[in-house]
Write a protein that binds this ligand. Structure first.
Ligand code: FES
Ligand code: FES
Length: 161
């Protein structure tokens, strides 16, 4: 592969800039895992079907396996490694622990990023709506009930603030 096909880009991930020389067809998922070495974002299907690779781009949830890294220059990307701030877990992370919302944990980074994105969207009100809008994130272990419980508990806590 010739170097002339590579593009020079800067990706802002979790508040830090990363300069990369990258082929234009490299997915954001591969750039994060293999070039920036943030392996918290998981590769499941690599085809947009499981949600394991979900990250936040400008606060919106995005499937990083279906996104080209070169298209994300100039955005703010947040991965699971950047969800906790100042050593404090995000309320969604704490709720996942409190509600036993994982078993193997493989889907968990994507579930948490997706749940944070869902809160930002502020669309889902009922449990059914949360379930529906989290349905792009699959959990093969069957932790779905705990995941929805966790999201609902944070939504309820937010409504009392
Ligand atoms: S790895 Fe991206 S949706 Fe499955
Ligand atoms: S906790 Fe194992 S796939 Fe969800």
């Amino acid at each position: 592969m010739s170097n002339s096909e590579k593009k020079s880009i800067t990706l802002n991930v979790n508040g830090e800039n990363h300069d990369l020389e990258i082929l234009p067809w490299v997915s954001l998922l591969d750039a994060l895992r293999e070039r920036i070495h943030l392996t918290g974002t998981k590769k499941g299907c690599d085809h947009g079907q499981c949600g394991a690779c979900t990250v936040l781009v400008d606060g919106k949830r995005v499937l990083s396996c279906l996104s080209l890294a070169v298209m994300k220059e100039g955005t703010e990307i947040k991965t699971i490694e950047g969800i906790a701030e100042n050593g404090k877990l995000h309320p969604i992370q704490q709720a996942f622990i409190d509600h036993d919302a994982f078993q193997c944990g493989y889907c968990t980074p994507g579930q948490i990023c997706s749940a944070v994105g869902l809160l930002n969207e502020n669309k889902a009100e009922t449990r059914e709506e949360v379930q529906d809008l989290m349905s792009g994130n699959l959990c093969r272990c069957g932790a779905n009930r705990g995941i929805i419980d966790a999201v609902m508990s944070v939504k309820q806590a937010m409504s009392y603030e």
